[in-house]
Design a binder for this molecule. Structure first.
Ligand SMILES: NC(=O)c1ccc[n+]([C@@H]2O[C@H](COP(=O)([O-])OP(=O)(O)OC[C@H]3O[C@@H](n4cnc5c(N)ncnc54)[C@H](OP(=O)(O)O)[C@@H]3O)[C@@H](O)[C@H]2O)c1
Length: 357
């Protein structure tokens, strides 16, 4: 079977590199175009990413030697689908230009809050993909846009979903300790002022992040009713911080359930979570999406990858004393893999498996 032709937009950035990594040797999708800004135009991919390399598994010369194109000059009609890891302000126009012709799987927030756009984590809200047909009809597009959520929302919602299914979720308090790569290139370049500010520090402010977590958690856990997402109505209170960790976000989550729950019940719900993508055996899906760890010193961002890149790790699970039906745990989730690049590839795999590609 010949592979579908893929263009990666924003291919030189943190999320873009992660998409490229996921596409190397992918059984369904081939890399046919790497595009970025005019700054990178005409450079070999290896030269364009020099000084800000995010690869866990660096691609071979066949990919690193590709000449990077200027996104503004790429014709979407030459490809079957596109991945977008552009800054949101740039993505607004570019993603629409591509979606007029082909499906676009995005890591950006540009279209996340529009009524006819499904923000997708296939394990959490597979039913929301019905919005794609409405989107195409509304906009007269042959393609469509499917964004993934913000990287901080992903780990949180992955763990809330099985709890919601089993007991309902009433309130959520979350404190994040987010890695530098979540800020993209400016987070990881050695000479970046942003990185210097966080060095040996906890920086207690990430612009716009908390509002994204509140909105996206309620969208993802909401229901599609009569062509619209009905918000889950959960009281979510996040505090987002940046810490001096290169990769993987850590979150302390306190959740109060709607219906009576026991600690053992919450553990069984998390450990037994086997959603649709796992049943479909999508190429990027781990066998089990959530692992509950018993070691008192786990999970740690530094050790996250030892359990897998796409998995959501839960540790320190316990009851909150004197709070009825209150539970607390620590989550780690890879902000680049599950939270951005491979997450977008997983969304494309899911849409293909469901007949939308
Ligand atoms: N990092 C994460 O963990 C993460 C997680 C979830 C979502 N996201 C989202 O993913 C998107 C990319 O984030 P990132 O962290 O990968 O950012 P980044 O490292 O700063 O990369 C930005 C990319 O966009 C390209 N670009 C910038 N201006 C452009 C323009 N005018 N025209 C065309 N291309 C342009 C850059 O190309 P040049 O190299 O040529 O400048 C680079 O490839 C953002 O919307 C972000 O919010 C990121």
């Amino acid at each position: 079977m010949s592979k579908m032709k893929v263009a990666v937009l924003g291919a030189t950035g943190a999320a873009g590199q992660n998409i490229v990594e996921a596409l190397v040797d992918h059984p369904w999708f081939g890399i046919d175009c790497l595009a970025a800004s005019e700054r990178s135009e005409g450079k070999r991919y290896r030269d364009a990413v020099e000084g800000a390399v995010f690869f866990e598994r660096t691609p071979g010369d066949d990919v690193m030697g590709i000449s990077v194109q200027n996104t503004d000059k790429v014709d979407p009609r030459d490809y079957d689908l596109a991945f977008s890891a552009l800054p949101a302000s740039v993505a607004k126009g570019v993603e629409a230009r591509f979606a007029e012709h082909i499906p676009v799987f995005s890591t950006t927030s540009a279209y996340r809050y529009e009524d006819d756009v499904p923000v997708l984590i296939p394990e959490v809200n597979p039913g929301h993909i019905g919005l794609v047909n409405i989107q195409r009809e509304n906009r007269g597009w042959a393609g469509y846009i499917v964004p993934g959520p913000n990287c901080t929302t992903v780990g949180l919602v992955m763990t809330l979903k099985p709890i919601q299914d089993a007991f309902g979720v009433k309130t959520v308090r979350m404190v994040s300790m987010q890695s530098l790569s979540g800020a993209g290139e400016k987070g990881l370049r050695e000479d970046s002022p942003y990185r210097k500010m966080v060095e040996m520090n906890v920086y207690p402010w990430i612009e716009g992040e908390e509002a994204k977590v509140v909105a996206e958690t309620n969208i993802l856990l909401g229901k599609l009713v009569d062509g619209r997402i009905v918000d889950a109505g959960i009281d979510v209170h996040p505090t987002c911080t940046r810490v001096y960790v290169d990769r993987v976000h850590t979150e302390v989550v306190d959740v109060v359930t709607e219906r009576p729950a026991t600690l053992e019940g919450v553990r069984v719900a998390l450990e037994g979570f086997k959603p649709l993508p796992q049943e479909l055996e999508l190429p990027t899906c781990p066998e089990r999406p959530i692992l509950v760890l018993d070691e008192v010193d786990m999970p740690q961002p530094k050790l996250h990858s030892s359990k897998g890149f796409m998995v959501t790790l839960v540790g320190r699970l316990s009851e909150i004393p004197r709070v009825g039906n209150g539970f607390t745990y620590i989550v780690t989730s890879d902000n680049l893999e599950k939270g951005a690049g491979v997450g977008a590839v997983q969304n494309a795999e899911f849409m293909k498996a469901k007949g939308y590609l």
